[in-house]
Design a protein around this ligand. Structure first.
Ligand code: ADP
Length: 592
């Protein structure tokens, strides 16, 4: 402070000038005092007992999770962190503040936002190996460091400080502390370092600044810890919701007041509703008496056994197994109901088909056996007395042989099915063979077997003379389709085998004028045990294995396609498309 030159003191003008100066200086001193107060206040506020303490933040976070507000607190915490970084710069009178995070995978300390006085571009390249420089040393040893002249200080040689024009600074470890209920530290992890660079006004940092930065680093650590914890909670919740949503089973949560609080995609489909259903009374959405009964019992606290419900979902009848229970928290408070709906339609169908199959297979086994036993006993009884003519004997034995073949076919079907089920293929035996004679033979054999049907072959264009495939298995395919055509045309009619060349494929169609197949069964008849079970078909015995095996022989052995077209009461055509020059290597390499 100067009072001017003494000689000029008496000058009135100078005197007023001095007074003006004094007032200005007083103002300046006041301002500095206020700054200093603010600086102390801020430092106090940032202490662990202050408004940004761990426990405060945590409880704030928890309540936000409970109320389901995920996004706001994260931004809030981000803002808090940014403000804190700014405040640190102000308190320490530092030009730049930087946080470095330890990236375990890379083994590097990496600059992360928010920073102060450093732009994003510079921050991105502000990184160093955790084994190097003063940053690495502080990180590894957990002790703060102060440096006064980076150009002359060998400790800072490796740090990327030149990039940020750092002359002096303080580096302190960034530590996350986990505390128990009584605020005792139970775990401490160093996650990075916090830097303050370049003291303003050409000054230098001192030990008091180190102490202050260490204190503030704890707050930075706790905010980051909360952020991390919060993100984990949100991510977990997200993950849970995603899992919940993508579950194949339907899942419903009902609040204690009976409102739908969650309903995943499967559940929405089962009950033909959308997200709008959330919040509505479950009765208005589900509209199923059986479920209502179960839920009411659950709400009364009763355990309910698994139940089956029948629901019409998107045009088809489905059966669901329902499991539901009341949910209570640790204190026993009612949190509502949870219900899981598992689609057991297929399982039920297979069950039904299996029992049908057992009945059918027994019948299929008994019929030929009865014939074999009957004819051979008859022959045996008559052996001594020469009761039967040679002609009769030949006929009886012919029947026995035929029935034995039928039995063998059935047993082969059963064995082949179990082989396919076990993932084994039906060892193919490939060769180049003549197609037309094979078709003609199959047609002729079937014509002989039935007098009520007319079995014909219709070749539509020039067929290739030779094709590559498994001759026996192709015969089996044709025989099976022809057998079915005759079997499922109880009133007789024409059975026509169509054949033509289509590009490099041979297309074969086996057409009948029989019972036909209802639309919903058209693709299913190729599944094992699947039989059309209606008034007309019920009297026709079979195991439901034939087409399943044929499909395997077409697709797996011959790399072909099979499908059926049909009209109930008019007839069916089974189509088989086969490559004429099968790539044997490719066919063998096919997965089972
Ligand atoms: P199976 O004849 O032993 O029952 P398949 O697997 O050969 O077994 O056939 C499955 C079902 O497909 C049959 O039960 C029948 O309902 C239906 N089906 C097959 N071929 C025909 C056909 N040509 N006409 C009508 N229905 C057929």
């Amino acid at each position: 402070m100067s009072f001017g030159v003494p000689g000029k003191m008496m000058d009135g003008k100078d005197e007023s000038h001095n007074l003006e100066d004094l007032r200005k200086q007083l103002e300046e001193t006041k301002r500095q005092l206020e700054d200093e107060r603010e600086r102390r206040r801020s430092a106090e506020n940032l202490s662990p007992g202050g408004s940004l303490s761990d426990s405060d933040n945590r409880s704030q976070m928890r309540s936000s999770v409970d109320s389901g507000m995920e996004v706001a607190p994260i931004n809030e915490a981000d803002v808090t962190l940014r403000r804190l970084v700014q405040r640190i710069a102000m308190i320490l009178q530092a030009e730049k503040i930087a946080i470095m995070f330890y990236d375990r995978e890379k083994g590097e300390l990496i600059g992360i936002p928010p920073a102060y006085g450093i732009d994003d571009e510079h921050l991105k390249i502000f990184r160093i190996r955790a084994t190097h420089g003063i940053s690495g040393k502080v990180f590894r040893e957990g002790e703060p460091a102060i440096f006064h002249d980076t150009a002359a200080d060998p400790r800072t040689n490796e740090d990327p400080f030149g990039l940020l024009h750092v002359q002096n600074g303080i580096t302190v470890p960034l530590v996350i502390e986990k505390r128990d209920e009584e605020n005792r530290v139970i775990d401490r992890t160093t996650i990075g370092v916090l830097h303050a660079f370049n003291k303003r006004h050409g000054e230098d940092f001192n030990d008091e600044d180190v102490r202050l930065l260490e204190r503030m680093a704890r707050n930075v650590g706790s905010i980051i810890a909360n952020l991390q914890m919060y993100r984990e909670v949100v991510e977990e919740r997200e993950e849970l919701l995603q899992t919940f949503e993508s579950l194949a089973a339907g899942l419903i949560l009902v609040s204690p007041e009976g409102r739908l609080s969650q309903m995943n995609a499967s559940a929405r489909e089962i009950f033909g509703t959308d997200q709008e259903a959330i919040g509505k009374n479950y009765r208005d959405v589900i509209r199923n008496e059986a479920i209502e009964k179960i839920f009411l019992a659950n709400q009364r606290g009763e355990d309910t056994p698994k139940a089956e419900i029948h629901v019409h979902v998107r045009g088809s009848d489905r059966i669901y197994e329902v499991q539901s229970a009341q949910v209570r928290n640790e204190e026993g408070r009612d949190l509502g109901l949870v219900a899981i709906f598992n689609d057991i339609t297929e399982m039920k169908n297979i069950d039904k088909m299996k029992s049908n199959f057992v009945a059918m297979a027994s019948h299929e086994l008994r019929t030929p056996l009865t014939a074999i036993k009957g004819f051979s006993s008859t022959l045996l009884e008559g052996i001594d007395e020469d009761v039967y003519s040679k002609e009769d004997q030949r006929e009886f034995l012919g029947i026995v042989v035929q029935e034995c073949d039928r039995l063998r076919r059935l047993i082969d079907d059963l064995l082949n099915t179990s082989r396919i089920e076990a993932g084994e293929s039906l060892t193919p035996n490939y060769s180049r063979f003549e197609l037309l004679p094979l078709l003609e033979k199959a047609v002729m054999v079937q014509q002989q077997a039935s007098s009520r049907h007319k079995v014909l072959l219709k070749v539509h264009n020039e067929l290739p003379e030779m094709i590559i495939g498994d001759q026996d298995k192709l015969d089996q395919i044709l025989t099976n389709l022809l057998n079915n055509a005759i079997k499922y045309s109880p009133n007789g009619g024409d059975v026509i085998v169509h054949a033509k060349l289509e590009g490099s494929d041979v297309l074969i169609g086996v057409q009948d004028q029989g019972l036909g197949i209802p639309k919903e069964h058209l693709s299913k008849v190729f599944e094992r045990f699947h039989r059309v079970n209606n008034e007309d078909n019920r009297k026709i015995y079979g195991t439901g294995l034939g087409l399943y095996l044929v499909k395997h022989l077409v697709e797996k052995v011959h790399m072909g396609q099979i499908w059926a077209e049909s009209e109930v009461g008019v007839g069916s055509t089974f189509f088989v498309r086969l490559p004429k020059d099968l790539d044997i290597e490719k066919a063998k390499a096919q997965p089972d």
